[in-house]
Write a protein that binds this ligand. Sequence first.
Ligand code: 16G
Length: 246
Amino acid sequence: MVDSVKSGPLPRYYQLREIIRERIVSGAWAPGSLIPSERELCARYGISRMTARQSITELVNEGLLYREQGKGTYVGRPKIAQQLLRLTGFTEDMKSRNQRPGAKVLVAEMWPADDETAERLRIRAGQPVYRLQRLRLADAEPLALETSCISFIGCERLLANDLERNSLYHLLETVYDVPPLAAEQEVEAGIAAEEEARHLQVAAGSPVLRTRRLTTTRRNQPIEYASSVYRGDKYRFFTRMVRDHR
Ligand code: 16G
């Protein structure tokens, strides 16, 4: 392991950056731990403050480190990658990561669909849909706020289900015979509004990822239109693309 910064063809900031990266990747510096201050790094490696700052800034930009005002610089936690290859629900995603899925129901009601929801679900505006808003947790930590509008004949029976302890997708599949089979999803960047921030336990204005998902069942029939807000510091979306043969 290289542990000193030398003069030579490699810029000093680059050498220090790679030393720090190695500490993180090898696990010597654990996620969430405080790293040495710029001053300590300068003394330890005989480099200037500017050089130390540049190395840290680059790793902050990569997401490997994060700064906390007035406290210092910490090792980042790896983000949760939601794959966009198979249609899965939150419970399934968390179980496959060996994390404990959780939900807090904020709203569960029959709600007259607004124009956008009605259009996506191919129903008339004002027609009642089952509307569920949940705070989703992984190992008791808040990760996302999800609002799902569900529409199928008899969807009001969902009012009797406990959606804190049950997976919505599992119920749709096993109890209601409207299995989620496919979905279209879009993701965009945003910032947390005050109430969203309060639920997600981040500062208002923090970066979030906003998603919209239209889920269909057999015969391409729409059953769910969901809009969700994911913590930008916890989530990334992952997809895989293959180029057409031409
Ligand atoms: C996912 C879906 C959400 C769905 C939920 C079901 C997105 C953007 N959202 O989080 O639409 O309602 O899973 O989860 O991915 P459950 O089966 O655990 O209740």
